[in-house]
Design a protein around this ligand. Structure first.
Ligand SMILES: O=C(O)C(=O)C[C@H](O)C(=O)CO
Ligand SMILES: [Zn+2]
Length: 288
């Protein structure tokens, strides 16, 4: 039987957020422990019922089981799932079919009463499967997505310290999903800013999972409405949950990679309300 640790996070109103202490901000928006050997660690958020988590099989296979909160016999009975491997080589076995998933490769599994089992190729270098799951109403096929299949956009420049590649992996220009969108943004050496200029999208929530952060470095993740920004300091392999009223942007003390995942009513990646650095500097006025 797999060990499942589930934490539930209720949605926060922006008026309440404004009064939070740093400890309260971290309690509500930081997800610190995603990977634990031989466990499935899940955070069930009430933002579009988006679940983020990690599965790290070490001493044997780890089965994806529905936590009590789902009140379902199968994890995917009413949900779809996106998986990106951020650890050693591994495989995901879906209804008995083994799909190899190497570092930074993604897998989509549509809803249905599937059995899903995670395995590492080598216990000494375990796979780490980062998971995002959202409610789903239609069963789309299982599909592996590697960098060669991704929709890749180069953004920013070294001059503005935000040169980065946005790898759109599980998005509607690559494969059909109900509402889940997932991708991975890689910062070039010397660039530290992600998602700057920043944006909001009130039709979708988002979660950012940071990795490849050197051990002695950290990420400063910015959140909040444009006129009420706050920051959260994050270490490697930690995530921040971004409510639909919040910007989501970060600066690292080095370059790094992060996985973004979204859920909501609109699959249009470009459907954003943009906020420039000068708008932030003027106190968050959202028109120039
Ligand atoms: O670096 C970026 O810019 C991003 O990766 C932006 C995210 O993809 C995003 O916020 C999508 O809404
Ligand atoms: Zn966004």
């Amino acid at each position: 039987m797999s060990k499942v640790n589930t934490e539930e996070r209720f949605a926060v109103h922006p008026d309440a957020y404004e009064r939070f202490t740093m400890a309260e901000l971290r309690k509500h928006f930081l997800v610190a422990d995603l990977f634990q050997p031989d466990s499935l660690n899940l955070t069930y958020t009430h933002y579009d019922r988006f679940v983020l988590g990690g599965a790290m099989p070490v001493s044997g296979p780890l089965e994806l089981v529905a936590p009590n909160q789902f009140k379902a016999a199968h994890f995917l009975a009413r949900r779809e799932l996106g998986i990106i491997n951020v650890g050693g080589a591994g495989r995901v076995i879906v209804n008995g079919e083994s799909i190899a998933l190497d570092y930074k490769e993604a897998l989509y599994i549509g809803c249905g009463d599937h059995t899903v089992v995670f395995e590492s190729a080598f216990a000494a270098e375990p796979a780490k499967f980062y998971l995002n799951s959202t409610p789903a109403h239609q069963a789309f096929p299982v599909r592996k997505v590697s960098r060669a299949d991704a929709d890749i956009v180069q953004m920013g420049s070294l001059e503005t310290s935000n040169a980065r590649a946005i790898n759109k992996l599980l998005v509607n220009s690559v494969l059909p999903t109900c509402q889940l969108q997932m991708g991975m943004t890689e910062l070039q050496p010397g660039s530290v800013w992600n998602t700057m200029p920043c944006h909001t999208h009130s039709r979708r929530m988002e979660a950012y999972f940071y990795f490849e952060v050197p051990e002695d470095q950290a990420i400063c993740h910015f959140m909040g409405p444009a006129d009420q920004t706050r920051h959260l300091w994050l270490a490697n392999e930690q995530a921040a949950v971004s409510p639909p009223w919040s910007i989501h942007s970060g600066a690292g003390t080095s370059n790094y990679v992060f996985i973004w995942g979204m859920a909501g009513e609109n699959l249009d990646y470009g459907d954003m309300d943009h906020i420039t650095p000068t708008m932030l500097a003027s106190g968050g006025c959202t028109h120039e």
